[in-house]
Design a protein around this ligand. Structure first.
Ligand SMILES: [Ca+2]
Ligand SMILES: [Ca+2]
Length: 163
């Protein structure tokens, strides 16, 4: 009787174990797939953030460190200046762009979940980590932070010299 059953097929227990194993395999495949999807999403957001940092870097690369007309008289936008006419680095201090902007100063409405926050600070000539008073040194540090739905996801800083 026992031999005959082994030859002709599987017992109920064997079938149940097989179903259980297949179920476990499917469940772990699904879990791996959703982790991969999440990782992909995070990677895409990080790429977007890097792009938005690069746009600000490009936008400010050729700007004068101090205002071409009034020099160090004002730290920040000189009277009447707007984003379209910002012509020196400190005009961008404390600027927040939401939606973010590109290197041509155009709003990127397709990326409205992101925002760029810019800080411009003078740093000591002997220690670039040391922030000093506005316009009291020849070195300026530009910091851009990129936020996604209010959460900071990337940032970058670079230095510019006045002369
Ligand atoms: Ca200016
Ligand atoms: Ca200015």
């Amino acid at each position: 009787m026992q031999n005959k059953r082994c030859k002709n097929g599987f017992s109920l227990i064997e079938i149940l174990i097989a179903i259980l194993l297949v179920g476990l395999a499917v469940a772990s495949l699904l879990a791996a797939n959703s982790a991969l999807t999440r990782a992909n999403g995070a990677g895409t957001n990080l790429s977007s953030a890097e792009f938005l940092l690069g746009e600000i870097r490009e936008l400010t690369a050729l700007l004068s460190v101090i205002d071409p007309e009034t020099g160090v008289a004002t730290f920040g936008p000189e009277g009447g200046e707007t984003l379209a006419t910002y012509d020196d680095l400190d005009d961008f201090d404390t600027a927040v762009f939401s939606p973010p902007i590109n290197a041509d100063r155009a709003a990127l409405n397709d990326s409205a979940a992101f925002s760029q926050q810019i800080t411009v600070e003078n740093v000591s000539a002997s220690d670039f980590e040391q922030v000093v008073g506005d316009h009291t040194s020849d070195f300026v540090r530009v910091t851009v932070r990129v936020f996604l739905n209010g959460q900071e996801i990337s940032s970058a800083s670079w230095l510019r010299a006045r002369y």
